[in-house]
Ligand binder design. Structure first.
Ligand code: TYM
Length: 326
């Protein structure tokens, strides 16, 4: 079975963007691949943070991933910091990563320009990400579009390390991204990517009423000023959310009624709200079960870390042997 690996930062709650762009895909892929999923807690400290909040959010993120359907019987779920080889391999990869490649990363440029003093961790963030992936010699990485540049850098690191230490073989496979149709979900403003830091998101575990309060004022086709104006579904974020949550017949109905002004935007949003509720109801139920039995999270994380440590220590001893440490 080919191996997949992916991670998510515990920098806030799971939202519809990373659910549709990544986690929902993990749930489907765990049936067909050897699956390793983790909470990237070491990546989270590259931004200013509160230790108490990190402690809480790591667990909450793991609980939400389980509620969304990742099954510990089929996939390994773990905390990155429970497998120390991630940072050990990252240090090694620093020695084959060109500085210019790191400085070119959009993630670095965006975040660095918003901060007064920039810490090295923000720059070397993608080196740790490369280590996350290559430690398990994963073939495929299911992510949203915003992670594709990091994966390209992982491939650069793979080629460089293989060329220097691979002894003529590709010890590390070059990992490929696995994108979903929902590779870039826009926020409620319709302008920017849905993200925790921009506060333009709907949380996976928000109540039906909370979701409606956010959907109601959400941006639609800006050209549709009045109820009677016909709209263009393709430029409307609500239509794109329908494509992610509603069945094909409803999506078609939405498109027709938007183009002919048969429905107003609020009518369209009510239908979307119902579709989102249908999808999230079983997830909310599982989240409540998990909250009542926190041991479920502890057990899943312990089993996941134990399995991953075995793979990680084997890779590290082979890497060290090839690099002259053993
Ligand atoms: P993070 O925590 O920002 O996001 C987790 C996953 O969700 C996807 N995603 C989205 N997809 C579609 N639309 C959106 N609006 C949206 N927002 C987020 C992301 O693409 C990602 O797949 N650096 C990573 C975590 C990481 C990682 C790794 C991932 C660390 N090591 C190794 C893969 C492999 C990150 O910050 O993701």
């Amino acid at each position: 079975m080919p191996r997949i690996l992916s991670g998510i930062q515990p920098s806030g709650e799971l939202h519809l963007g990373n659910y549709l762009g990544a986690i929902k895909n993990w749930v489907e892929l765990q049936e067909r691949y050897e699956s390793l999923f983790f909470v990237a807690d070491y990546h989270a400290i590259t931004q200013p943070y509160e230790p108490e909040l990190l402690r809480k959010r790591r667990r909450e993120m793991a609980a939400s991933i389980l509620a969304a359907g990742v099954d510990p019987a089929k996939a390994s779920l773990f905390l990155q910091s429970d497998v120390p080889e991630h940072t050990e391999l990252a240090w090694i990869f620093n020695s084959v990563t060109p500085l210019g490649e790191l400085e070119r990363q959009t993630h670095f440029k965006d975040k660095a320009q918003r901060q007064g003093s920039v810490m090295t961790g923000l720059l070397t963030y993608p080196v740790l990400q490369a280590a996350d992936i290559l430690l398990y010699r994963a073939d495929l990485v299911p992510v949203g579009e915003d992670q594709v540049q990091h994966l390209e850098l992982t491939r650069v690191i793979t080629r460089r390390w293989n060329a220097q230490y691979g002894r003529g073989e590709d010890y590390f496979p070059e990992p490929q991204p696995l994108l979903t149709p929902a590779r870039r979900i826009m926020g409620l403003d319709g302008q920017t990517k849905m993200s925790k830091s921009l506060n333009n998101y709907i949380g996976l575990l928000e109540t039906s009423a909370e979701i409606w309060a956010k959907l109601r004022p959400a941006a639609t086709d800006p050209a549709r000023q009045r109820r009677t104006d016909p709209g263009t579904p393709e430029v409307c974020n609500i239509y794109h959310l329908h494509r992610a949550f509603s069945d094909a017949a409803t999506v078609e109905e939405v498109a027709v009624n938007c183009r002919t002004a048969g429905w107003g935007c609020i009518d369209c949003k009510k239908v979307l709200h119902k579709s989102i509720d249908t999808e999230l109801t079983p997830i909310r139920r599982r989240a409540a079960e998990i909250a009542a039995k926190p041991q479920i999270v502890d057990d899943a994380l312990a089993a996941g870390a134990a399995r991953c440590r075995t793979i990680a220590s084997k890779t590290m001893s082979e890497v060290k042997e090839r690099m002259g440490f053993a």
